[in-house]
Design a protein around this ligand. Structure first.
Ligand SMILES: Cc1cc2nc3c(=O)[nH]c(=O)nc-3n(C[C@H](O)[C@H](O)[C@H](O)COP(=O)(O)OP(=O)(O)OC[C@H]3O[C@@H](n4cnc5c(N)ncnc54)[C@H](O)[C@@H]3O)c2cc1C
Length: 295
């Protein structure tokens, strides 16, 4: 369903994010979690896009499998890095042929450990990719693809000038983005302030809040690396350190924190919540239950 129709039908959207697993075994395990989460009837699910060739094909395969074998509505991520214009055109053509309705358009992170020359990419910034996607006419929906873009409540490290960063975000929306999904954050004040700054900048599209529960010490250590710009508030750090390395306690603290974030976001009329699931269903299901939502 086109994202504009999704927003029209849902006062608050709930959505889940997956990444394409590297092996066929992991893909099967993920699919069991996807089946489990399908019963929660999210507005859409999204699938991330990596820098390497085989990872990229796995994104496509997972998106098509979700589209063809579940009731879920998959939104593929697509990035500017390491792509010529004809690559992007071919990818979009394949998604249109499978009646995929929406794309999340991103700058993308260059491949780890290689010196990639960004000037060789067809599109330098996500705004250019948004414009290109919106120009696609050959799609079953006469409006073409719906397009989402990323926002960073705590700022993106590549643009320390926060005023300039809002100009760049506005440029993505002006290029044709229908909605913004934010980087994960752990302090809702950062999101509310970001939402207000968007309003001041004249950004009127729906803003979906990205939430990721800490479910293990491993993810707690990895998140600041994966989600550039995100920071742990002192209160969360203290609670995690009280758990003293006990896996079950860390998980309980993390899920509790994320649940309270979601409750507060809903009380403050968030337009949508996007769960970074890390390919598991348990934490999202627990949060749904504690929020009093049908799970
Ligand atoms: C919800 C979400 C999903 C993500 N999914 C993926 C994924 O699947 N795969 C992946 O590789 N990465 C993903 N990322 C990470 C993201 O691609 C990187 O953080 C990337 O560095 C920024 O992407 P962007 O779309 O904001 O890029 P852009 O909008 O291009 O911005 C990148 C940087 O350039 C600056 N900028 C923008 N326009 C201009 C301009 N005209 N002139 C100068 N500077 C400019 C911005 O302020 C920002 O600092 C995701 C991030 C989020 C929040």
């Amino acid at each position: 369903m086109h994202i504009r129709d999704i927003f029209a039908a849902n006062p608050t959207t709930f959505s889940f994010e997956f990444f394409p697993p590297k092996t066929d075994e992991a893909a099967e395990a993920l699919f069991a979690h996807i089946r489990d989460l399908e019963t929660l009837k999210p507005a859409f699910v999204s699938v991330t896009y990596g820098a390497g060739g085989s990872t990229r094909e796995r994104t496509h395969n997972l998106v098509v499998r979700i589209k063809e074998t579940t009731t879920l509505d998959p939104v593929p991520h697509l990035t500017c890095v390491c792509h010529a214009q004809q690559d992007i055109a071919a990818i979009l053509e394949r998604y249109a042929a499978h009646n995929v309705s929406n794309i999340l358009a991103l700058g993308g992170d260059p491949p780890a450990g290689t010196a990639h020359d960004r000037t060789k990419d067809a599109f330098q910034h996500a705004a250019d990719l948004v414009r290109f996607i919106r120009a696609v006419k050959n799609h079953p929906d006469a409006r073409g693809f719906g397009v989402g873009v990323a926002g960073f409540p705590e700022g993106h490290p590549a643009t320390p000038n926060r005023a300039l960063e809002m100009d760049y975000l506005k440029a993505k929306v002006d290029a044709g983005a229908d909605y913004i999904v934010t980087q994960l954050f752990f302090d809702n004040h950062d999101f509310y302030d970001f939402r207000e700054r968007c309003e001041i900048a004249g950004i009127k599209v729906p803003i979906i809040a990205g939430v990721m529960p800490v479910t293990s010490l491993g993810t707690y250590k990895r998140i600041p690396e994966l989600a550039l710009g995100a920071r742990y508030p002192a209160k969360l750090q203290r609670a995690i350190s009280r758990a003293n390395g006990d896996a079950e306690s860390v998980k309980r603290v993390g899920i509790h924190w994320a649940t309270e974030q979601c409750r507060d976001l809903l009380d403050n009329h968030v337009r949508g919540i996007h769960f970074y699931t890390l390919n598991h269903s348990h934490a999202t299901r627990e949060i749904y239950k504690t929020l009093g939502m049908k799970a």
